[in-house]
Design a protein around this ligand. Sequence first.
Ligand code: S3P
Length: 183
Amino acid sequence: MSATRQIHNLALIGFMGTGKSSVGRLCAAALRFDLIDTDQIIEERAGQSITEIFVKQGQETFREMERQLVAEMAGWRQKVICAGGGLGANEANLASLKQHALVVCLWASVETIWQRVRHQGHRPLLQGPDPLGNIRSLLEQRSPFYKQADVLVNTELRSLREVADHVLHQFKGARSESPAQQP
Ligand code: S3P
């Protein structure tokens, strides 16, 4: 990582069902950072659920809301940012996040993701007739972006606590090298 990177925040990206919210909560508590959930902010601002935004305004409007929010993050400090699954699968969003955050991608296989999300009904992209097929093709499409994260953490066979500890270890290491932390 470049010695000039400013690491003020921790950004968790990755596919739906990889544990970003749960791991983010543990990391935020340990670091005493604010926990930010991008979906939650977008829902609050729109006064609509993510599903309603997708249905009534369309996915492209939702992506634009994500892009605007990412731009605002440049001035943020001491935040753990839990990004919606599609936010980190975008070159410009990734580049912007890397200006101020260590970008950590949580990873899981198609099968594991399916087992984790199959009984949850709040994700518009998994509402079609073939959610498993959707997960497979979306993950394949997004992998090249997710793999550009600073750190890729496999969440298979690890507890949330173990994943969080690993993320925290990486974050503290990166931050100690960041010029923002040096006197
Ligand atoms: C999406 C993931 C969701 C939410 C929206 C779209 C995606 O967030 O932003 O349903 O494109 O993968 P989670 O990853 O928090 O479920």
